[in-house]
Ligand binder design. Sequence first.
Ligand code: G3D
Ligand code: MG
Length: 188
Amino acid sequence: MSFMSSFSKWLMKKLRAEKKAKILILGLDAAGKTTLTKFVNTGVFLEGLTPTIGQNIDTINFEGWDITTIDVAGQEHFRFLWEIHYPGCSAAIFVIDSADIERLPEARDILRIHLFNNPVLEKVPALILANKQDLPSAIQAPMMIQLLNLHLDMKDRTFAVFDCSALTGKGVVEAFAWLVNQLEMSKL
Ligand code: G3D
Ligand code: MG
């Protein structure tokens, strides 16, 4: 069995044991959200991928689980359409292209607007993925925390930053293990 397939099976088993959760995957366009979702879904999940509004929202349903991925950049006038997806979600993942230094300020602003300063997502654990670590210029988690000001902005929040590559899968299992643990703890 391939690594990806056993990862998917492991994740599905964990999630199933937890019954239901709605997980948001946010980030700028081209951060790697779709690649991550494909990785998570490889092989096992029943995929009903439907681009709901324009090209920037995908919803995947499997076994009663919802994963919604949203490109939260630009198109501010459509914001009210994305925000209907926010209530009731159990966790939020924010994906960053760690090799795209030029867009880091934009990612930081968007992260603030959609996650830190968003009362609807105040209580949910936030997993921040420093994606594209396979690229030599990628910024790693400790530096990312400083650059995004997470140590200050997120001090009252449950969050973690993980290095990963949605392309190779490196780091994804560890990151999702953290997230699933948070979901498990929130049900205690
Ligand atoms: P999005 O859904 O957030 O908009 P995508 O982003 O998943 O469509 O990814 C955008 C581009 O980044 C894709 O390349 C994809 O292959 C690439 N990408 C995603 N994750 C990684 C990663 O971890 N490492 C590297 N090197 N590339 C990654 P294309 O060329 O198809 O635009
Ligand atoms: Mg996408």
